[in-house]
Design a protein. Structure first.
Length: 185
């Protein structure tokens, strides 16, 4: 019997396994917002399937609402990836660069990300001002609600990108330069 098996199997011959404590402090508030929005979307899709295949009278509003909840989940959920700095990135070239050049390019990546997300906030704001009052196709609600979730998601991504850039600046390196440290929290 291995040591691990002996640890799990108690002296009384019964299995005794202790679960690790769940640490919810690793989640940001946007994680919880995305979680709730996802399950609302899943409920709407389930209702759509139920009405279509069980009741044979599909609820027409469910497709549009599910689509808009998906938009909200994507844009608000993307800030989780920005916070963790685990969006798609190419770290191979950093291995070929001198250390100082890698640091400069990594800082440039952080700056470009912040500028891009700031610009996306501005463009989304302009779009919201132009067509935000128009009604949705099926439901008489303003489409601006959808664009507001996009704006909120871009704003969260922008704030998280500032945090990531500051973390990289204070540490003196990013995961691009040192991929062995993996994703960041």
């Amino acid at each position: 019997m291995s040591e691990e098996q002996a640890h799990v199997l108690g002296t009384d011959g019964q299995f005794h396994v202790e679960d690790e404590a769940v640490d919810v402090s690793i989640y940001g508030f946007e994680d919880w917002i995305t979680f709730v929005l996802f399950w609302i979307m899943a409920t709407v899709v389930f209702y759509q399937v139920f009405t279509r295949y069980v009741l044979e009278d599909s609820a027409g509003w469910t497709e549009e609402i599910a689509r808009y909840f998906l938009v909200a989940v994507v844009f608000i959920g993307a800030s989780m990836s920005v916070r963790k700095n685990n969006h798609i990135q190419v770290d191979y070239f950093y291995r070929l660069m001198p250390k100082a050049m890698g640091r400069a390019v990594s800082t440039c990546v952080d700056l470009v990300r912040c500028v891009f997300l700031g610009y996306a906030i501005w463009l989304t704001w302009l779009l919201l001002q132009r067509i935000g009052g128009q009604p949705m196709a099926v439901i008489e609600l303003p489409v601006g609600w959808v664009f507001s979730t996009m704006l909120f998601g871009f704003a969260l991504m922008f704030l998280r990108s500032l945090q990531v850039a500051w973390r990289h600046w204070t540490k003196g390196y990013s995961v691009l330069e040192r991929p062995e440290f993996g994703t960041e929290a």
